[in-house]
Design a binder for this molecule. Structure first.
Ligand SMILES: Cc1cc2nc3c(=O)[nH]c(=O)nc-3n(C[C@H](O)[C@H](O)[C@H](O)COP(=O)(O)OP(=O)(O)OC[C@H]3O[C@@H](n4cnc5c(N)ncnc54)[C@H](O)[C@@H]3O)c2cc1C
Length: 713
């Protein structure tokens, strides 16, 4: 039976049962007065039909609780009055837990997907909290009757809590309350009202019991932290409030924040200030892409009204320019600048020797807190023969001065794509190898196919679905052997660039010795405050993951620094709700929030609105009229769930959507904002216009048409 029918069937069944309950006014049997009046009759029936009464009671109790009907409290009293304390406790505790779990499952089946898809983004934190501490919360709620029993069943059904966990915790958590009611039932004659059963003293003791698991958890966390910390003598005084290890994007921001709030901070860097982004990542790659783009423009001279343009170049000089660009940015990240800001910059390899001390150049620095911002290194896949060749990675690529004649780029991610296109533009014969079915695996297939077609038009041989199996050296020839659908594909090459991802830098500087926990992804495990399992050691950037961008490194660094310096007085949970990124191919691909694929996977009821850059005046004038903007919204609403832009300057254009998503601004507001003419940014307004056009209030327009007709006489 299709799921929609099943849902309809369950809904109708529930509606019928509830309807019958109301129609026959069965509620009157589930009142204290009725119970008292019928006590003797019920007891004599039970004396002659024990098993039948128990079974009937058990089933009826389950039905009442599963349908969330009022009356569970009276039924519990009845149980105590009829069966006595222990049998009633046994029957009620199982019946109530089973009934509660059924209500939980019904709510889950009927509504969870809808709720999660509609509010999924906002519920992320709740879901994560439930995954982490859901059992504790439920236990507390079961003990402290602040929310009605049936509300807890229905609400928790909408969360990702597992049904067995829900059942088990309910069974244990409700036991105390059930015992109180059953016990009251055994003395039914003395009870005058339901509310009288729970005295204020009893409620307070339940509240304390309910809070106990949460307090206990916090206590256990505190004790664990203390146990770890106890093994290390805590200095009476610290040299620093904060020692930051690694002066990449994360470390620089963390130390900047610390200095800005007048903390004493040391920043230790073993290699170059600026880390990956400045020296081997974003800056050199974007500089190289720019030079490559000049060549591409040269080749398109006729598009711009020229007969021919000849660009003469020497690859070594291009690579020198890349170094010059790094040199120009360097002062922003330099020791001089950070020293002037109040940061103690130390050059050397740091090693954590305790949660309170870091060793560098034979010197021990004591510190209240440590931020690990040691970044990531290129991941080397275990391909036999790779170690026998002088392969390239993003670390050593920038030393290259001779253009490879035949270049294999291993990897279809952002780095692989950017470098494939750049080197092809300089004249290398590039083969890009990716084992997944698409390059740019994070984006919609439509985007990946578009970029692939562009690459192929520029001479890049793109091999998707190809798994690199071996590197061979045959005479003077180097070969990459790949497997594609069971057949072998051999690619000769002069240089091979490994760009299959980056691995967090977690080894060899003391994390292992201190027992800092590592996540299954190989990054340092953190809590939402970016603390490791040793609470005064925090981390940020690529080493923390899950994102590996300069802007997320800086974002996390702010949280890590503030939480390190101001905990326990004030802390902030890292906010990952709106994370943008851009792949700087030509055209660029930029995204924030959901793409179409993800919206489908999450079962969201969504719409896609699209605007082609071919329509945009400025893009036409610039000969950049290709690409599109695609915005995902909930059906019928202008709220932005995600935006993907493919086109010139997509990364810059995306800023408006990032702002809109961050501050809950919808497409209507973007449409109502003046954008200068002619700019590429007008495309953002245009896509909002497309959305509006698709949501024209037809009925209203019909009436307006009549109004105008009437005005014409
Ligand atoms: C080719 C390429 C292009 C990229 N392009 C972009 C882009 O366009 N946009 C974007 O957002 N991101 C881009 N990135 C990713 C970006 O560079 C990283 O996400 C960012 O640099 C991470 O910063 P981080 O501070 O975590 O680490 P890093 O910048 O790697 O800094 C870590 C630092 O820690 C130091 N260190 C390590 N261990 C120790 C130790 N024991 N003692 C002292 N120092 C230590 C290292 O020497 C390093 O300097 C690119 C990356 C690459 C490789």
């Amino acid at each position: 039976m299709p799921s929609r029918w099943k849902k309809a069937f369950i809904l109708i069944t529930i509606a019928v049962l509830v309807g019958l309950f109301i129609f026959f006014d069965l509620q009157r049997y589930l009142t204290l007065a009725h119970l008292k009046a019928q006590q003797e009759t019920l007891q004599s029936y039970y004396a002659s039909h024990r098993l039948l009464t128990l079974a009937g009671y058990f089933c009826f109790y389950i039905i009442v609780t599963a349908l969330s009907l009022p009356g569970a409290a009276v039924m519990t009293l009845a149980g105590g009055a009829l069966f006595g304390f222990w049998p009633a406790l046994l029957v009620v505790s199982f019946a109530s837990s089973i009934g509660a779990t059924l209500a939980f499952l019904v709510s889950r089946f009927l509504l969870r997907d809808w709720v999660q898809s509609r509010f999924g983004n906002r519920l992320k934190t709740v879901n994560a909290g439930i995954a982490r501490e859901g059992a504790f919360y439920l236990f507390s709620l079961r003990l402290v009757p602040v929310f009605p029993f049936f509300v807890i069943n229905l609400v928790l059904g909408l969360t990702p809590m597992r049904a067995p966990t829900f059942y088990a915790v309910s069974q244990v958590g409700m036991l105390a309350g059930t015992a109180v009611y059953v016990n009251a039932g055994t003395r039914l004659g003395q009870i005058t009202s339901l509310s009288g059963i729970l005295s204020p003293e009893l409620l307070i003791s339940f509240a304390l019991l309910g809070l106990f698991p949460l307090i206990a958890k916090k206590g256990v966390d505190f004790m664990k932290a203390r146990r770890v910390l106890k093994a290390y003598p805590r200095p009476r005084k610290f040299d620093y409030n904060l020692v930051v290890i690694g002066a990449g994007s994360a470390g620089l921001v963390a130390s900047y924040i610390a200095a800005a709030v007048k903390a004493r901070v040391a920043l230790i860097e073993k290699h170059k200030m600026g880390g990956d982004c400045l020296n081997t990542g974003c800056v050199p790659s974007k500089a190289l892409l720019r030079s490559a783009k000049m060549l591409a423009y040269g080749r398109r001279a006729q598009d711009y009204g020229f007969k021919k343009t000849v660009i003469d170049f020497d690859f070594a000089e291009v690579m020198e320019r890349v170094q010059r660009v790094i040199g120009k940015v360097e002062p922003h990240d330099s020791v001089a600048r950070y020293t002037a800001l109040g940061v103690d910059c130390i050059s050397g390899a740091a090693k954590l020797t305790s949660p309170y001390s870091v060793e560098v150049n034979g010197r021990t620095l004591t510190t209240r807190n440590i931020i690990v911002a040691t970044g990531a290194v290129p991941l080397l896949p275990p391909i036999p023969g790779l170690d026998r060749i002088d392969y390239l990675t993003s670390d050593n690529l920038w030393h290259l001065r001779d253009l490879p004649r035949r270049l294999v780029v291993l990897g279809g991610g952002p780095i692989g794509c950017e470098m494939s296109q750049a080197f092809a533009r300089f004249g290398s014969r590039v083969t890009q190898v990716e084992m997944a079915p698409h390059i740019m695996g994070r984006e919609d297939p439509e985007v990946a196919d578009f970029i692939r077609a562009r690459f192929e038009a520029e001479g890049v041989r793109v091999l998707t679905g190809h798994t690199a199996r071996q590197v061979l050296i045959e005479g003077d020839e180097q070969l990459l052997v790949c497997e594609n659908q069971g057949r072998q594909v051999t690619i000769p090459f002069d240089r091979l660039l490994v760009a299959v991802g980056r691995r967090a830098n977690i080894e060899g500087f003391g994390l292992e010795e201190l027992g800092v926990r590592i996540s299954p992804r190989g990054t340092i495990e953190t809590d939402p405050l970016l603390r490791t399992n040793i609470p005064n050691i925090l981390c940020a950037g690529d080493v923390a993951g899950p994102y590996q961008f300069t802007h997320t490194a800086g974002h996390q660094a702010w949280y890590a620094a503030v939480n390190a310096l101001f905990s326990p007085f004030k802390t902030f949970r890292a906010d990952y709700r709106v994370i943008p990124w851009c792949t700087f191919t030509d055209p660029e691909v930029a995204r924030v929030g959901l793409n179409e694929n993800q919206a489908q996977e999450r079962g969201i009821d969504f719409e896609v609105v699209r605007y082609e850059l071919a329509e945009l005046d400025r893009a036409i004038a610039e000969e950049e009229a290709e690409g599109w903007i695609k915005v995902i919204t909930p059906t019928g609403k202008d709220k932005i769930l995600g935006a993907t832009i493919v086109g010139a300057h997509a990364g810059d254009l995306l800023a408006e959507f990032i702002l809109a998503m961050k501050h809950g601004i919808g497409l209507n507001k973007i449409l109502g904002t003046i954008h200068s003419y002619p700019t590429l940014a007008e495309a953002n307004k245009a896509v909002a216009g497309e959305w509006k056009r698709a949501h024209i209030p037809e009925k209203l327009l019909g009436r307006v048409e009549k109004f105008h007709a009437w005005r014409r006489g």
